[in-house]
Design a protein around this ligand. Structure first.
Ligand code: CAA
Length: 380
């Protein structure tokens, strides 16, 4: 596998790094503290073309590949993982899904503004009783002439408080199990669509996470994605790509933990020398760097497979499983290297730990990634 980057991919990475360093990092700690949505930063991400990176140019997107997306996601998340997840949901879950499965009319009406950053999207699959067990949908959509009537509640919806549209997964025929699940584009202004209170979270605190309730929401039948019964596969395929994005987000957090550790260990003295001269610290730095590189290669491998039209569900699950694990470990080691200073907010590493944990949970927990990997191993 060729891991070298094209000129365009390098340019995207450099552009993302510059923007992240100059504009995203600046107020990241403050936004985290205040739980403040990064409105200006998301607007600028859209100007750079980063909110619809893989959307074809004819729908107003940047027309880039998954490798470019991964490179940009790592850089943005290295500065602020909250900004990373907002970007990731709009790119890999919302715009990718509409571009891949939506009708021409849906692409004109929703994909174009979503790719341009004029709209923000969220992905509403999880429910109070359907997290890992995604087939267990209690949200129901009933056909009524040229509409569907939607009822139910979705939980833990990233971007949910800000999003103009939601991709909603709902049962259209509960007797058919996963084959009776469908996907819809639902506008936030639809009567009966109500947004719950913002969740108080451990990490990624400047991204918003809410529940969304639907009470007799009347949705045009034209907003059904594909056909009835496609919803579960739509969600699974979309999440396969989403997991590559979250792997890249985790990588960004891990890299930020290493960056901070390298800097601090060459500034802080103990026993008369910089702590970087102690082998105890050197071993930690070496392990962090090795794990990060392994995670990066797994993530790129999944992205390359997706770009080449090869199967990538297993590769994406491996990338997310490993990257999220080493992100938590790297953040913990960064705190250990910083000692007491790591436990307070000044050096940001405690934020990296708080932000890293969610990467082992959303878009499929680590346990779910293992199920996906094992099932793929056993069927070959
Ligand atoms: N691609 C295409 N089809 C797939 C698929 C995939 N990746 N995975 C499963 N399917 C198909 C299967 O082939 C099967 O179809 P057939 O019956 O036609 O053969 C059907 O879907 C059902 O599959 P399973 O029997 O494997 O279904 P399951 O009930 O055992 O569930 C699971 C499988 C992997 C556990 C799945 O439920 C899952 O991934 N759960 C986790 C859900 C998740 O990731 N949630 C994240 C929420 S979104 C989020 O976090 C976003 C955010 O805000 C950041």
């Amino acid at each position: 596998m060729d891991f070298s980057f094209s000129e365009e991919q390098q340019m995207i990475r450099d552009m993302a790094r510059k923007f992240a360093e100059e504009e995203v990092r600046k107020h990241a700690a403050e936004r985290d503290e205040k739980e403040e949505f990064p409105t200006e930063e998301v607007k600028k991400l859209a100007e750079l073309g980063f909110m619809g990176m893989m959307v074809p140019e004819k729908y107003g997107g940047a027309g880039l590949d998954t490798v470019s997306y991964v490179l940009a996601m790592e850089e943005i998340s290295r500065a602020d993982a909250s900004v990373g997840v907002i970007m990731s949901v709009n790119n890999s879950l919302v715009t990718w899904g509409i571009n891949e499965y939506g009708s021409e009319e849906q692409k004109e009406k929703y994909l174009k503004p979503l790719a341009a950053g004029e709209m923000l999207g969220c992905f509403a699959l999880s429910e109070p009783e359907a997290g890992s067990d995604a087939t267990n949908q209690n949200t129901v959509a009933v056909r009524d002439a040229e509409h569907y009537i939607l009822n139910g509640t979705k939980n833990w919806i990233t971007n949910g408080a800000t999003a103009n549209v939601a991709l909603v997964i709902a049962a259209t025929d509960r007797s058919k199990g996963h084959k009776g699940i469908s996907a819809f584009i639902v506008e936030r202004d639809t009567p009966g669509y109500s947004i719950g209170k913002k969740e108080k979270k451990l990490g990624i605190r400047s991204s918003d996470t809410v529940s969304i309730a639907f009470e007799d929401c009347k949705i045009p039948a034209a907003n059904l994605i594909g056909e009835e019964g496609l919803g579960f596969k739509f969600a699974m395929k979309t999440l396969d790509g989403g997991r590559i994005g979250i792997a890249a987000q985790a990588l960004g957090i891990a890299q930020a933990s290493l960056d901070a550790s390298l800097k601090y260990s060459q500034e802080r003295k103990a026993f008369g020398v910089y702590i970087s001269e102690h082998q105890a610290i050197q071993f930690k730095l070496a392990d962090m760097a090795t794990n990060i590189q392994a995670a990066r290669l797994l993530t790129l491998e999944a992205a390359i497979a997706k770009d080449q039209g090869q199967p990538y569900a297993k590769k994406a699950a491996m990338a997310k499983l490993y990257s999220s694990k080493i992100a938590v470990e790297a953040a913990l080691e960064a705190i250990q290297i910083h000692g007491g200073y790591g436990y307070i907010k000044e050096y940001n590493v405690e934020r990296y730990l708080r932000d890293s944990k969610i990467t082992e949970i959303y878009e499929g927990t680590s346990e779910i990634q293992r199920i996906v990997i094992a099932r793929n191993l056993l069927k070959t």
